[in-house]
Design a protein around this ligand. Structure first.
Ligand code: BTN
Length: 262
């Protein structure tokens, strides 16, 4: 039985974490939660799985989800404002993940725009928000994957080059249950801040945890390439790039691929 089963008792949180379901191996916790949503699951319902056979990443990529080694979870949200809900919820998910990793492991987790959590320059977690239209607003599934206890030697080669796990960075096994509880608590806290539309609090924390702010990047939007220096991140306007060829341009995460960072 999964170590995470204890989460089903629920946490004394306001929205996220009150209803939790824990599964052994599923295709994808995002898919599972869409099914539960179709059957009337309430806002804040969270699902965890020990493993995923078809974990999904951003931009149609697959997400390696070894059984018993990570946090693979999704939560159902119905924010009242549809406009900007996806980028806002993506950053809220990233902030909650970074804060939970920091609180549980003391590792220096940072956020690489738009949805990666890095530890010492390598990706340790990712956030995937999917949205569907609903009669009154939008339904979102916020999926979070954290590489917790996989060793470098068991990672597929292409993943090992760019990614890490928390246990590799901390040099010790991490308690997944403690991390999962902390994550639910942080998600609940940051989601309340999102509901209050307190973008200043979100921006401030994001700027302090951003691995992207101040760095030079090359990014692609459609067929266009842009090079420049990131001089701000903001949930409403996105990433602000001072272009090498002159001028300033803002980008929203959904439509952009970061090709390189220097
Ligand atoms: C990314 O960095 O590309 C996002 C990765 C998101 C992975 C998580 S694991 C739990 C949830 N279920 C999925 O199929 N994907 C997300």
């Amino acid at each position: 039985m999964s170590l995470l089963k204890e989460l089903e008792r629920g946490l004394p949180t306001r929205v996220i974490g009150r209803k939790v379901r824990v599964y052994d191996v599923v295709t994808s916790t995002n898919d599972l939660l869409w099914e539960l949503s179709d059957r009337g699951a309430e806002e804040g319902t969270a699902v965890f799985a020990d493993g995923q056979t078809h974990g999904r990443g951003r931009l149609g990529r697959s997400w390696w989800s070894p059984t018993g080694k990570g946090i693979w979870m999704s939560v159902l949200l119905r924010p009242p404002t549809a406009e900007g809900a996806v980028p806002m919820t993506t950053i809220v998910g990233a902030l909650a993940t970074a804060d939970a990793v920091r609180a549980t492991t003391r590792l220096p987790a940072l956020i690489r725009w738009p949805n990666d959590i890095l530890v010492r320059g390598k990706k340790a977690a990712g956030v995937l928000v999917e949205a569907r239209a609903a009669p009154n607003g939008r339904i979102l599934v916020l999926g979070i994957g954290i590489d917790v206890n996989a060793s470098r030697s068991e990672m597929p080669q292409d993943i090992a080059k760019l990614a890490t796990s928390l246990s590799e960075e901390a040099n010790e096994e991490i308690n997944r249950l403690e991390l999962a509880k902390s994550l639910l608590g942080e998600l609940d806290r940051w989601y309340q801040i999102e509901l209050e539309q307190d973008t200043e609090t979100i921006n401030q924390r994001w700027r302090s945890l951003s691995a992207t702010l101040g760095s030079r990047i090359v990014l692609e939007q459609g067929r266009q390439r842009y090079e420049g220096t990131v001089f701000d991140v903001d949930v409403r306007f996105g990433l602000a790039l001072r272009l090498d060829r002159g001028g300033i341009k803002h980008f929203r995460g959904e439509h952009v691929t970061v090709l390189d960072e220097a």
